[in-house]
Design a protein around this ligand. Structure first.
Ligand code: PEP
Ligand code: MG
Length: 755
């Protein structure tokens, strides 16, 4: 049964349109389960009806015309209860509704299971039999499992909006948009550019070619290079290989020269697709054919086909990457867009970032937010192979994406974008003013950065220093660890630009979702694994080099603080401080000019919350990293789109933890700042002010908004609100309360900017 299930799911996932998905489901289910009829009903939400989309077994000419009102009949029952209904003789059931003229009377046995995606019942999958006999438990289990796996594919196919069957439930897609997570505010109107991993041929998108002859030439050129590579390899290994193994290379060469790989791909290019897209189709088809063969030898050839395809792709892409042309207004899109993809792109052309995986707290989102670029993450229903170079609107406030938007939608969003520009102008007025509450409490506002490009805008924004400099960004864009001199130059630039204002450099915090291309870490559970201080204490050469560079960079400036990430144990803190002291003493011994810096610990895991008092006694300041703290307190992976809705920094448990840390720090005279994304959330800032947090550090784009908030409230009122909020039991209620507080002081326009 498992093999059949996998086969059906695989087939469905390969399907290109909703028509194909439905066709595969009814055909395969009917055959696999040996039943007389199999049908799929989908919900038309606007008309509140269940629509028979496709059947194998019932006698329907005009699919889409058979409709039941919501809740009507057994289909309605399955949808309403969202659970299976299994009956030996459905006709006898009082809830049964006979649909005339489709031969339904001859079926007695009925099993319907709901198709549920993201908690919404998309439809019902039904099997029927002519005998009066309920289906076995095994059948129910099979169909439930299948429906659960098919739900995503159906939702994806619907979202793509292709195929004639989509028309039948069209009312549910007036102005179609794809929903993801709102990860960075703003509106972008531009052209999609799909970024895909060169290591995955199947992730290649379709793309129209302008010059077909040129594309064919490029393809043939790539093929010739692959043939040469294979020849070279054969020659290199020739002597050490047995004759029979050498034949393997001949087989590869034969494959590369085969009609399929040469002619069929060229045929695909002639139809207008670029070479990588045409190659993907041919390889997919051909590998599948091999996989379906009886003979195990031939089945294994599917892997050879894929390997050859991959090799050709790499050759094709070598040229493509250097010649990559970013449209003037580019929306970067991909299954997994990483921080380096953004760093690689010409920033001035980028008006949006969309990733179908990940969430608002992924590092690419943080980086984009810092640059003021709207981001939507977790847009799972986007089919990356079909959207390249299409016009898109990205709504980073609501997490929506509009593909090929209609003129009215375009106009509406253009208006919104203009409003944003106006708001930015209003905020600029605040640049020279201090962040001070109406009752005179000063709240230093710092920026989070990691990019040299951020320095100028940060200073212009009126930031009073750098609260978090993520040193991993300069590490990410190199192909090896940067040496002392390189690091010194980078750090000096920031320290100098902000001097005499304070700059907090955080030691390398890789691992988790931040990887270095030249230092790969493969782990089952990276967020609970080797990351942050754990790595640098194990590789003290990296840590010592970095501290050395920081000290050198701060020479004569004296505005350096060092922040230690991911501290989960006091021993780590002691060890790190000892190493900093070691570098300090060595430099003194060498007569180098060096000043002891402020040292801070990040509070971003639960153990640090509970030991905040002990930490406060060892360091000069605490800095709460709410991004990780939220993920670890709530046990919600900050990159997992499926649980993104559960990730909320306003969760009562997170607020209590932060409040405890502030109290613990202050008990020992140790200042406490917040440097996670929460510090840039207007609603959350009120609470942090109420808690008595000593400074807030955020992306430069968010800073003016927070300044506005600080200047609009008194700390006394913020304290009262905090006391109230700490009694609330849900993040939702807390956000609602804070939003109305923002509205009451005339800051309603900031609300949509809050996460
Ligand atoms: C945090 O976890 O809140 C933080 C600021 O660190 P990062 O987002 O870089 O992990
Ligand atoms: Mg962190």
């Amino acid at each position: 049964m498992l093999a059949i299930l996998q086969h059906i799911v695989q087939e469905v996932n390969r399907a290109r349109s909703l028509d194909d998905v439905l066709e595969i489901i009814v055909k395969e289910v009917r055959q696999a389960m040996g039943v007389d009829a199999a049908s799929v009903y989908l919900t038309d939400f606007d008309r509140q009806q269940h629509v028979l989309m496709l059947t194998a077994g019932l006698d329907v000419d005009d699919m889409g015309s058979v409709r039941l009102n919501q809740g009507e009949g057994l289909i309605g029952l399955v949808a309403r209860r969202a659970e299976p209904v299994n009956l030996a003789d459905a006709i006898k059931d009082p809830r049964y509704k006979l649909i005339e003229g489709i031969g339904a009377e001859k079926f007695h046995a009925f099993l319907g299971v709901p198709i549920i995606h993201q908690r919404i019942v998309l439809g019902v999958l039904v099997i029927q039999g002519t005998r009066k006999k309920a289906f076995k438990d095994d059948d129910v289990a099979f169909l439930v499992t299948l429906a659960a796996q098919l739900a995503g594919a159906i939702a994806h196919a619907e979202a793509r909006g292709q195929g004639s069957s989509i028309e039948k439930i069209k009312s549910r897609k007036h102005e179609q948009f794809i929903q993801g997570e709102a990860a960075a505010p703003g509106v972008g109107i531009g052209t999609a550019m799909v970024i895909f991993p060169a290591a995955d041929l199947m992730a290649v998108p379709d793309r129209e070619v302008e010059d077909i002859d040129e594309e064919i030439f490029l393809y043939q050129d790539a093929l010739a290079r692959v043939v040469k590579d294979i020849d070279d390899m054969q020659e290199r290994l020739g002597e050490s290989l047995e004759e029979e193994n050498r034949v393997l290379f001949d087989a590869y060469a034969l494959l590369v020269n085969s009609d399929t790989i040469v002619d069929d791909v060229i045929e695909g290019i002639k139809k207008g697709n670029w070479a990588p897209g045409a190659l993907r189709d041919v390889i997919q088809y051909s590998a599948q054919k091999f996989e379906e063969m009886e003979d195990p030898y031939f089945r294994d050839r599917a892997d050879d086909v894929r390997e050859v395809g991959q090799r050709i792709l790499q050759n094709l892409l070598e040229k493509e990457k250097t010649a990559r042309e970013y449209p003037k207004k580019t929306i970067l899109m991909g299954e997994t867009i990483g921080a380096t993809d953004l760093a690689d792109a010409p920033v001035k052309n980028i008006v949006g970032v969309v990733s179908s995986r990940g969430s608002g707290s992924s590092h690419v989102a943080i980086l984009a937010r810092a640059m003021g670029i709207p981001v939507v993450m977790g847009a799972e229903d986007l089919d990356m192979s079909r959207i390249d170079r299409h016009a898109f609107i990205i709504d980073g406030y609501q997490g929506r994406l509009y593909m090929d938007p209609s003129p009215p939608v375009r106009r509406e969003y253009a208006r919104l974008a203009r409003e944003d520009t106006e708001l930015e102008k209003d905020l600029r007025v605040l640049q020279k003013l201090t962040a001070e509450t109406t009752d005179g409490k000063r709240m230093p506002l710092y920026v989070n950065t990691g990019l040299v490009a951020d320095i100028k805008p940060s200073i212009k924004s009126g930031a009073e220093g750098v609260g978090l400099y993520r040193t991993e960004f300069p590490f990410m864009i190199r192909d090896r660890f940067p040496g002392t001199e390189e690091q010194t130059a980078i750090y000096r630039q920031v320290l100098k630009a902000f001097s005499p204002r304070p700059v907090t450099l955080r030691t390398l915090d890789v691992g988790g979702d931040k990887s270095l291309p030249y230092f790969p870490i493969k782990e089952e559970n990276p967020f609970l694994g080797w990351r942050g201080i754990r790595i640098t204490l194990d590789h003290r050469e990296i840590f010592l080099t970095q501290i050395h560079a920081m000290f050198k960079a701060a020479k004569g400036l004296d505005n350096l603080s060092i922040l230690l990430p991911m501290i989960s144990d006091l021993g780590e803190l002691d060890e790190a401080i000892l190493l900093i002291d070691q570098v300090f003493s060595e430099m003194q011994e060498d007569d180098e000019e060096v000043t002891w810096p402020g040292i801070g610990a990040m509070i971003e895991v639960p153990s640090a919350v509970y030991q905040a008092e002990e930490m406060a006694q060892r360091v000069d300041f605490l800095s709460i990293g709410t991004n990780d703290l939220t993920q670890y307190i709530l046990a919600v992976d900050r990159n997992n789109a499926r649980v993104a809705k559960l990730y909320d920094t306003l969760h009562p448990a997170v607020l209590r933890a932060i409040n405890n840390v502030v109290e613990a720090g202050h008990k020992h005279g140790c200042p406490v700042g917040v440097c996670g994304e929460m510090a840039g959330d207007p609603a959350a800032a009120i609470l942090l002010l109420g808690m008595g947090v000593d400074n807030l550090s955020m992306t430069v784009a968010g800073l003016p908004r927070i300044k506005w908030v600080i200047r609009s409230f008194s700390q006394r009122d913020a304290r009262v609100m905090l006391t109230r909020v700490l009694q609330f039991t849900s993040a939702h209620a807390i956000r609602k309360y804070l939003n109305s507080a923002l509205e009451s002081v005339g800051l309603g326009s900031l609300i949509r900017a809050g996460k």
